[in-house]
Structures are given as structure tokens and as C-alpha cells.
Design a protein around this ligand. Structure first.
Ligand code: MEV
Length: 309
């Protein structure tokens, strides 16, 4: 039996603006992962994807073209120029669905890697990322590509759509709490809503995107210099710009406010928004009180993750 796994992700700064060509920074969240195991079956039984967690069993032959589980298999086999082997791919994930943590991209990444490995090929992160991007289009319509990139590379990435991909090592580790509002974040719909806003008032939205890009560049410089405290105000400013884009919501605002009041150096929604997660920048002292405040303010789950280690 062969298996592979992939982490969740959090956008540190730059979501939405990244769809319009601004830079963004994302980090892997290793505390939650998707896993795919390839189990050989008897001859002639075909390939089945068994996603037990979500109660789905998808025979590859019968998968509809827009089924993401089937598409991850299809793109991998086409890339390797191989027929479907007789196997069951058992998928499981601890990444909450529709939470902004990249569960779809992580499941696809695990499937692509595990199936290629079963067929004797170790795909490099660039190839995995390209294949997963094709699947992401089914989930999201017009993805920037940052989710599949950070998940396939499993390192902090500085990303400009279609132009630049840099993995980098921050000069000092930083500690994030990732708090789930429990409300779903439907990336496709929220990205479409931002697009409608941009079409209605391009000047205003371009201005917001540019300002986000400036915060991202400043954050990259701060991270390179190991100046973690400088990151906090930049996250706060990025959140304010996301509020102006219309992608926050009362539960997200409650969590962001609670984190700041309890001592976080900065806090913002992360991912597409309207629901999903917020991230809060903490240190060894503020982590516990901020976590307690987030839970008291309604967070379903709080993950601790260290970036740049
Ligand atoms: C979703 O994780 C990030 C968005 O910027 C969409 C994208 O980049 O494709 C909202």
C-alpha cells in the first residue's frame, strides 16, 4: 500500500487582491492534513475513490467530469499517460471543509501524489501544483493558484498570479492561532461577489487591491528581516481592507475583535471570508489568553501553528 498526505493552508495576507495580480503570502498549516492511501484491488475491479469522511464513494469510470475527486485522478493519469489501475484510493482529512484552510486543494494534492507514487513516479511540487490547479478550477472558477501552490510546496510562499512564485524562510518564527468561525466560507461565491463589486466600481476596488499589495510587500520585508511584531499592524490593515471589500461577517468580526482585545499583535480573516477562519498573531505569552478569548467568542476550533520554523 502507498500513501501520501498534504497540509492545510492559511493566507497570511493578500487574499482576493491576489486574484487581480497583487502579491500574497500563504503558509502551510501542518496541524491538519488530508491523506490518500492507494489499496490494490483484484484485476478488473477498476479505480474507486473512497472519501469516507464525507460519505462519498466515486467509481472513476462513472465520475462526472466536474467531480473534483474524479478530476484529480483523471489529470494525474493523463499527465503520466497511464490507464487507471485496479485500486481503491481511500481519502481522509482532518481539515475542516469550507473553512478557508484549503481542504479541497489538500485532498487533491494527496490523491495526485499517492496515485503517482503507486504508479512509480515521485512528482515534484511544481507538477503536483499544476495538476491540482486544474482541479481547483472546478471548485473555484477563477482561482489565483495560491492555494494549490502553498499546499504542494508545504512552505511559506510569496506569490503573484502567473508571474512569481517564491518559497521563503522567514528570518524568525511566528506563531499564529487559526480560529474557525463555524460558518461556511464558499470561495466560489465570495470570489464572484468581489468580482461583481469590482465590475460595478473598478476604481474603488483597484485602489483597495493596490493597498493590500503594499501591505503584503511590507509584510514580506518584515518577515525577511525577522521583524515579527511589524506583521501585526499589517494584518490589521489588511483586514480593514477586506472589510471594505465586503467579505467579512459578524462572526468573523467577533473573533477578530476578541483576539485583539486579548492581546494578539494583529488579526484578520483568512481565505475567501464571509465565514471560515480568522488568524491571530500571538507570542508565547498571549497564545493562551487569546485562544480562551476566541473560544469564548464562539470559535469552533483553534489551531496553533508556527510559521517559519
Ligand atoms: C482563497 O484561499 C484565496 C482567494 O484569494 C481566492 C484565490 O486566490 O483563488 C480568496
Amino acid at each position: 500500500m502507498v500513501s501520501a498526505s498534504a497540509p492545510g493552508k492559511a493566507i497570511l495576507l493578500g487574499e482576493h487582491a491576489v486574484v487581480y495580480g497583487q502579491p500574497a503570502i500563504a503558509v502551510p498549516v501542518n496541524q491538519v492534513r488530508a491523506t490518500a492511501r492507494v489499496v490494490p484491488e483484484r484485476r478488473g475491479s477498476g479505480l474507486t475513490v473512497d472519501a469516507r469522511d464525507i460519505g462519498r464513494r466515486v467509481p472513476f469510470d462513472a465520475a462526472s467530469p466536474d467531480d473534483p475527486l474524479g478530476a484529480a485522478v483523471r489529470h494525474t493519469l493523463a499527465h503520466l499517460n497511464r490507464p487507471a489501475p485496479d485500486v481503491t484510493i481511500v481519502v481522509s482529512s482532518t481539515i475542516p471543509i469550507a473553512s478557508g484552510l484549503g481542504s479541497g486543494a489538500a485532498v487533491s494534492t494527496a490523491i495526485v501524489r499517492a496515485l503517482a507514487r503507486f504508479l512509480g513516479v515521485e512528482l515534484d511540487p511544481a507538477a503536483v501544483s499544476r495538476l491540482v490547479y486544474e482541479v481547483e478550477k472546478l471548485h473555484h472558477g477563477t482561482p489565483s493558484g495560491i492555494d494549490n501552490t502553498v499546499i504542494a510546496y508545504e512552505q511559506p510562499v510569496y506569490f503573484v498570479r502567473d508571474r512569481l512564485l517564491e518559497t521563503f524562510h522567514p528570518g524568525a518564527p511566528f506563531r499564529l492561532l487559526v480560529a474557525d468561525s463555524g460558518a461556511p466560507s464558499h470561495t466560489r461565491e465570495v470570489v464572484a461577489a468581489v468580482r461583481a463589486g469590482w465590475q460595478a466600481d473598478p476604481q474603488h476596488f483597484e485602489h483597495l487591491f493596490t493597498q493590500v499589495g503594499q501591505r503584503v510587500e511590507a509584510a514580506r520585508a518584515a518577515l525577511d528581516a525577522g521583524d515579527v511584531p511589524a506583521l501585526g499592524p499589517l494584518m490589521d490593515q489588511n483586514h480593514a481592507l477586506l472589510v471594505q471589500m465586503g467579505v467579512s461577517s459578524p462572526p468573523l468580526e467577533r473573533l477578530v475583535e476578541a483576539a485583539r482585545r486579548a492581546g494578539a499583535a494583529g488579526a484578520k480573516l483568512s481565505g475567501a471570508g464571509r465565514g471560515g477562519n480568522i488568524i491571530a498573531l500571538v507570542d508565547a505569552h498571549s497564545a493562551a489568553p487569546v485562544q480562551a478569548a476566541l473560544l469564548a467568542a464562539g470559535a469552533r476550533q483553534v489551531l496553533h501553528t508556527l510559521g517559519g520554523v
